[in-house]
Design a protein around this ligand. Sequence first.
Ligand code: ADE
Length: 246
Amino acid sequence: MKITILTQFPDMFGPVLSESILGRAADKGLVEFKVINIRDYSVDKHRKTDDTPFGGGFGMVMTPQPAFDALKAIGAEGKRIIYMSPRGKLLDKQLATELSREEEFFILCGHYEGVDQRIIDAWNMEEVSIGDYVLTGGELAAMVLADAAVRLIPGCLSDPEAPLQESVYSGLLEYDQYTKPREYEGLEVPEVLFNGNHRLIHLWQFENSLRLTKKRRPDLFEKFTETAEGLTKDEKKILDAVLLEY
Ligand code: ADE
């Protein structure tokens, strides 16, 4: 997969794309990141990429010229281009999964008051938000999007089943995790995790996930109860009990 990011602040991306799991994915050839500095395409003598908004208002708006020229130069015509924006469709697991299957896509990061609407319209951009809050720019959002998509590329995580079991992807929030030592400053790990009985351990984890999801994300819990299929008798019993609790 190839992900090309267009930004006025390319230095923000360095370690995020080269370290840890994203960096390893790039080393393995699963993904190629390219970060393009929009400023390099500005014909303005001060390499300006934004200007004040028509109609008044705060902040600065990205001008069409540097963005159009950058997009043309990197061959983005007809390709999937995402514009990071708090006005966009919310990033979720469906979109992350869909993007993880793309051969190539582009991400445009805006700053201040956003970008001239003609950039979005003429390049048929898809606006994506990472949450109902406003960031100072699209760069952090682009990193979130890239991370969420790349980790789902087969071969990126050491255990290919991992994404299916974890929070949200399974439809439930992930159960509580513990590691060594067994006791720390008087705090104990739940006994069931040591009994070696995988069925009981699984049921404990399932119940823990259900309770957590019901409390923190009633929306996900409701969806899970409506669509839950293929539960074992024991799992169903636990679900029924959790459903009866307040
Ligand atoms: N740019 C500024 N805020 C944003 C958000 N919440 N999501 C995506 N891009 C943004």
